[in-house]
Design a protein around this ligand. Structure first.
Ligand code: ZN
Length: 160
């Protein structure tokens, strides 16, 4: 069975940046399972996986525009220390979950100068070309109930 819209796809993957640093991998964990064609996967990878089948391996380089987007300097903002209540020590590199206009987003501390904190709400992988080594582990049709819910059930999926 080939990968197409509304198929449930299992993949093993390793994600590296252009320097070869591993950013994420499914190795040593369970394969990633997702519903194809509904926007759960980054667009560039989803396009590359379309029509592939179990056993296929591929290497894909995804440009930022087809992954987490380009960096937006407008998302870098200053805050004062008392706007970050409940955080005792603020250090460069710290990340917070914040509620943004598009849901949860990760905010990274990029500078600390006295009472002034500079926060970057760009996705940590914005502007970064992504290199995926992917192996398709399984492809099956989604059930009517999975399509209705918009997520998969069973092993590695929703359990309810
Ligand atoms: Zn469900």
């Amino acid at each position: 069975m080939q990968i197409a819209k509304h198929r449930v796809v299992s993949i093993e993957y390793t994600l590296t940046d252009d320097e070869g640093t591993v950013l994420d991998t499914s190795r040593g964990r369970e394969p990633l399972v997702y519903l194809h064609g509904v926007g759960q996967m980054i667009p560039g990878l989803e396009t590359a996986l379309t029509d592939k089948a179990a056993g296929d391996a591929l290497e894909v380089r995804v440009a930022p525009a087809d992954a987490y987007g380009e960096r937006d300097d407008g998302l870098v903002q200053k805050a004062s220390r008392d706007q970050l209540k409940g955080v005792d020590e603020i250090e460069v590199g710290m990340q917070f979950q914040a509620q943004g206009p598009q849901g949860r987003q990760i905010v990274t501390v990029v500078a600390v100068e006295g009472d002034e904190i500079t926060l970057d709400a760009n996705h940590p992988l914005a502007g970064v070309p992504l290199n995926f080594a992917v192996e398709v582990v399984g492809v099956r049709a989604a059930t009517a109930q999975e399509l209705q819910h918009g997520h998969i059930h069973g092993p590695h999926g929703h359990d309810h």
